[in-house]
Ligand binder design. Structure first.
Ligand code: DGY
Length: 263
């Protein structure tokens, strides 16, 4: 049994993920895994760099930077990366791309999908989105009563919610951000809120996280700030954990992942 176990692909999991995902991995009989056994504090970087040595797959969350240093520490066995998140700004896509071209390492990146976000957000309203019949950002800003940002943070979306956008919004509208703090120019948002340019904001994400309580946004009574917990229901997090585990197993078998980030 010992011999069989040690020949199974090795997986490192960077967080005590919800039970559904751990159950899928254990019951698969396809992998052996080790994990940072806490859902409280992220794995310290030094420990992470040690633990990833020689692994075949890595299941991470958004607190881990997956960059050149980490990929070098993992070494050439690493072929699957599964992130328990819909966001992927913690992954250095350039490094992953470079390695998939220049070496045997073919990182497959599995990620959770945005459907759970959509289900939570869209209830009984007319939805305008740049991805439905295309609507320009100007139309989006000028027509929305609630402007909700759910996009990924990429070089193209950094700071897209800035004074230009806020100036086109109705004075009665509410701005909501559940994606990443980096899509918002926070000083411009502060100005828009404090001058009455827009009516209010609800932020689940900020730069930095957590936002220091001395930050000017905390002085406003028309801004509600949460510590990045929009997906933190047992149901959602369990579903994310199951999806991340299934993606990882499929990737290791060389089969298409349920949700795969095309590099
Ligand atoms: C995500 O999925 O990217 C969220 O921000 C983490 O819950």
């Amino acid at each position: 049994v010992q011999r069989e176990m040690s020949s199974l692909p090795r997986v490192y999991i960077t967080r005590q993920i919800p039970p559904e995902g751990l159950k899928i991995l254990s019951e698969s009989g396809q992998v052996q895994f080790d994990l940072w056994d806490s859902d409280d504090v992220p794995v310290p970087r030094k420990e992470l760099l040690q633990k990833v040595k020689g692994v075949d797959a890595l299941l991470c969350v958004l607190t881990e930077k997956i960059d050149a240093e980490l990929l070098d520490a993992a070494g050439p066995n690493l072929r699957v990366l599964s992130t328990m998140s819909v966001g992927f700004d913690h992954l250095s896509l350039e490094e992953l791309k470079k390695r998939s071209v220049t070496s045997d390492l073919l990182p497959l990146v599995g990620m959770c999908n945005g459907e759970y976000v959509g289900k939570c957000v869209i209830t009984d309203c007319v939805v305008l989105s740049p991805s439905l019949p295309p609507v320009s950002m100007d139309e989006l800003a000028s027509q929305s009563d609630f402007l909700t940002v759910c996009c990924a943070l990429t070089p193209e979306t950094k700071d897209i919610c800035n004074k230009d956008l806020f100036s086109k919004m109705k004075k009665t509208s509410i701005f909501i951000n559940t994606s990443r703090g980096g899509v918002v120019h926070q000083e411009d948002l502060y100005e828009a809120l404090s001058s009455g340019q827009i009516a209010g904001a609800g932020l689940d994400v900020t730069v930095p996280e957590p936002l220091p309580t001395s930050h000017p946004l905390f002085t406003l009574n028309n801004c509600v700030i949460l510590p990045h917990i929009a997906s933190a229901s047992y149901t959602t997090r369990n579903a994310m954990s199951a999806l991340a585990a299934n993606n990882l197993l499929l990737g290791l078998k060389g089969q298409p992942m349920i949700k795969e980030l095309k590099l």
